[in-house]
Ligand binder design. Structure first.
Ligand code: KPL
Length: 304
């Protein structure tokens, strides 16, 4: 299968690298020339539990070099989704499909404004990865990946993609209703990302103090109330699940924490900012998410 990864940061490089290692025809597309050149010159190095292996892969900064792809996986930061959707549409031609595995709410809708919605797949992944430098990533954690058709009932493309990903060691299931799954992953990011970014701590440190656990709980409970008001059937125990993920990824700095550390624009608009937006539609007050959003927006507007 010919696969293009749009956004070869940590997660894009991980998925692209594993798919290339399994023999798929993979192209990594990224805007960082040094990363692209290093991958083309010496391969993509993946560190996992102290062992490093190097995978031969093709990378480019120019989508025009790739040609029609059967599957395009979008892994850009959500601030870049609209532009990535146009690139993805041009890459799939008539027959391909676009899969988003990005964090946050709204990415699939943004892609489906540009790509025929019947050709859009969406999902979540719990793999963890960190970009260590040009051409080098760390595979920090293995977790489930679940995908499905975004707005069609035909799951055949999702099944084909899941099969190829599973053969590459990315164990992937197909789900009928990916919207609920995306909300469930979203709740994890609502409870963890902004607070770690603002406090300069790792995910696990959020659990050290009752006052921090309370703040996480309040942010997540607001988001659950919004989901329920929109008819999204969130299972009981959402706050406990967020605590469990914080513990399981305890040594990680969240993606928003890494963004703030590197003075990059964050995904606040599709995480706590999305809670504020969605809450406005159903008339629910969400002061904790509003405050977290305002603090991150202020912080990122004043990077030196
Ligand atoms: O998805 C994540 C992120 O950092 O964006 C979690 C699950 C919180 C892991 O760090």
């Amino acid at each position: 299968m010919k696969i293009a990864i749009v956004g070869a940061g940590a997660m894009g490089s991980l998925f692209g690298g594993l798919l290339a290692e399994a023999g798929q025809d993979v192209w990594l597309l990224d805007v960082w020339p040094e990363h692209v050149e290093t991958i083309n010159r010496q391969g993509l190095s993946i560190e996992r539990q102290g062992q490093v292996r190097t995978i031969k892969a093709q990378a480019t900064t120019d989508p025009g070099r790739i040609g029609p792809a059967d599957l395009v996986i979008v892994f850009v930061k959500s601030t870049q989704t609209a532009a990535a959707a146009v690139t993805a549409r041009d890459l799939i031609g008539e027959a391909g499909v676009v899969l988003t595995l990005q964090n946050g709410l709204g990415n699939a809708d943004v892609i489906a404004e540009v790509v025929d919605p019947r050709n859009v797949l969406a999902g979540t992944t719990s793999h963890g990865a960190t970009l260590l430098g040009p051409g080098v990533i760390r595979h920090a954690g293995i977790g489930a990946t679940v995908i499905g058709a975004w707005s069609s009932r035909d799951q055949s493309s999702a099944r084909r993609a899941a099969e190829v990903m599973t053969r590459a060691g990315i164990s992937t299931q197909v789900a009928e209703d990916v919207k609920v799954l995306i909300w469930e992953k979203f709740l994890i990011n609502v409870g963890i990302n902004a607070i770690t970014a603002l406090c300069g701590v790792k995910n696990g440190q959020l659990l050290d103090l009752e006052v921090t656990r309370d703040l996480m709980r309040l942010a997540v409970e607001e988001a659950v109330a919004v989901a329920k008001a929109q008819g999204i059937p969130i299972k009981d125990g959402a706050v406990e699940r967020v605590y469990q993920v914080a513990a399981a990824t305890g040594a990680n700095r969240s993606s928003m924490g890494q963004d703030v550390d590197k003075r990059r624009q964050t995904e606040i608009a599709v995480i706590n900012g999305a809670v504020v937006r969605e809450a406005g539609r159903v008339g629910i007050p969400v002061p904790v998410n509003r405050t977290l959003t305002a603090l991150i927006e202020t912080l990122q507007a004043h990077y030196q």
